[in-house]
Write a protein that binds this ligand. Structure first.
Ligand SMILES: Nc1ncnc2c1ncn2[C@@H]1O[C@H](COP(=O)(O)OP(=O)(O)OP(=O)(O)O)[C@@H](O)[C@H]1O
Ligand SMILES: [Mg+2]
Length: 441
């Protein structure tokens, strides 16, 4: 049992190993038969050809091609007239995966051309079978071509892959009786066993491809859904307010209250639209990076300066912890500044309305190859259920957030060969770390 299992495992790992197994089987068979046959006999040539086919079939991907290859080579090697390959014959009906004939003619109604009894029998018993003279075999009484033509040879073998039944191979020759022998039958069944593995692999490959295509499609649909939600939220709302006010414009323009409201709302909503569209474009547009050697500390300093007024006004305590002599980075300064600005803005937004407002910004070497910026705040932190998803585009927990900020940060940082991570600080608040590769490292 153990050696069988070991064999199966070898077979299970793929084409290369099933090839090996095919070689072993065919070699064993050759050995046992050697006593009875002459050197370089026709049988040995057949064996060699079969081995070649097993190798060929193993190199093929895609069920269709594998089936066609199997059929054409069976016709050639066994001097067969026609080959039928069926699915597992469960129940009464038999599904034909392929029907081929030696002259390339299509077989119109394969179901009338084969003995269903024999196919069911082989599928059930998993034992190959031979009918040297189908005319005198009661199992073929219903087969129209056997009744109309006087002679008929048939051999049928199960298509197996590691013990699993995939279908049945049905080979016939209407011109000759006795075209197939127990020897050719045993060759066919060893062969069917080997190509079965290749066929199964091809099926798995096809299934994988289908699954991959479906996944890609559902990913795309999800992305479209996200954009649609974004447009609904960010564009429809401001447009709605603008439309309502515009409709009332003619009638109410003399009303000073209305005018004040109009002048307050319209520019604000237009700005909101503009920001949303700009963010979406920034995120979606592939912008080439203009990388130069930069001092990360200076970049952080200059970004922080932009937020000085806000930090002051919100009474946020800012702590800088900048390591000296941090190696330079090779980066697009504008894009990295955008990343830092988004993180700072998020932190300030997270601390709005809280009593303790502390912002800590650290710049330090992280390793021989990486430098990092860390931004910590004392906001409410990120809900644990969201922490894995906040970098996804359009993911926002804020009333007026578009959820593009962090997605953009991640995109830019990755384009620079860096990483961005988010975590909650046990004592409260969130910590975002951006690591970037050192120039020349
Ligand atoms: N410092 C932080 N503390 C707590 N939660 C945060 C912090 N930074 C981000 N988040 C959470 O992650 C979400 C996504 O942030 P992101 O910056 O991508 O979008 P946003 O800030 O909501 O909108 P915008 O596109 O305007 O930036 C936020 O809505 C918020 O819930
Ligand atoms: Mg944000």
């Amino acid at each position: 049992v153990n050696t069988d299992r070991a064999r199966e495992n070898r077979g299970a790992t793929g084409g290369g190993n099933s090839l090996e197994r095919a070689r072993e089987d065919l070699y064993e068979m050759e050995e046992t038969l050697r006593g009875g046959v002459r050197e370089d006999s026709r049988e040995q040539q057949t064996l060699r050809k079969l081995l070649e086919v097993v190798e060929q079939v193993n190199a093929e991907l895609g069920v269709e091609r594998v089936l066609r290859l199997i059929a054409s080579r069976i016709i050639e090697i066994f001097e067969a007239e026609r080959v039928f390959i069926t699915d597992v014959a469960e129940g009464e009906s038999i599904r034909f995966c392929l029907a081929a004939s030696f002259n390339g003619q299509t077989v119109e109604h394969p179901e009338n051309e084969v003995s269903h009894t024999v196919i069911h029998e082989v599928a059930r018993s998993r034992k190959p079978t031979l009918a040297a003279d189908a005319l005198s075999d009661p199992r073929f009484a219903e087969v129209s071509s056997v009744r109309s033509l006087r002679l008929h040879s048939v051999m049928v073998a199960p298509l197996l892959a590691r013990g699993e039944l995939l279908g049945v191979v049905y080979v016939d020759n209407r011109m000759l009786s006795g075209a197939f022998t127990p020897w050719t039958l045993s060759l066919l069944s060893v062969f069917a066993n080997q190509v079965g593995i290749a066929l199964r692999n091809a099926q798995l490959f096809d299934e994988l491809n289908t699954a991959r295509t479906e996944l890609a499609l559902s990913e795309r649909l999800r992305a479209i859904g996200q954009v649609a939600a974004f447009v609904a939220h960010e564009v429809k709302n401001p447009l709605g307010s603008i439309r309502i006010l515009s409709n009332a414009l003619e009638e109410k323009w003399t009303d000073p209250e209305f005018r004040a409201r109009f002048l307050e709302v319209v520019p604000r909503e237009v700005a909101r639209l503009d920001k949303a569209v700009q963010e979406l474009l920034d995120y979606a547009r592939p912008t080439p990076l203009i990388k130069v050697r930069l001092d990360l500390v200076k970049l952080v300093e200059s970004t922080l300066r932009l937020y000085d007024p806000q930090i002051l006004e919100a009474r946020v305590q800012l702590r800088r912890d900048f390591q000296r002599g941090v190696p330079g980075i090779l980066a697009d300064g504008e894009r990295i500044r955008e990343v830092l600005a988004n993180l700072l803005r998020n932190s300030l937004e997270a601390m709005a309305g809280r009593t303790t407002k502390e912002l800590k910004v650290t710049v330090a070497s992280l390793s021989q190859t990486q430098v990092g910026v860390t931004i910590e705040d004392t906001g409410a932190g990120i809900p644990e259920t969201e922490i894995k998803r906040i970098f996804e585009p359009f993911r926002s927990l804020k009333e007026s957030g578009s959820g593009i900020g962090l997605a953009l940060c991640q995109k830019v940082v990755r384009e620079h060969g860096g990483h961005i991570t988010a975590e909650n600080i046990p004592s409260g608040g969130a910590r975002f770390c951006v690591s970037l590769p050192i120039a020349g490292a």
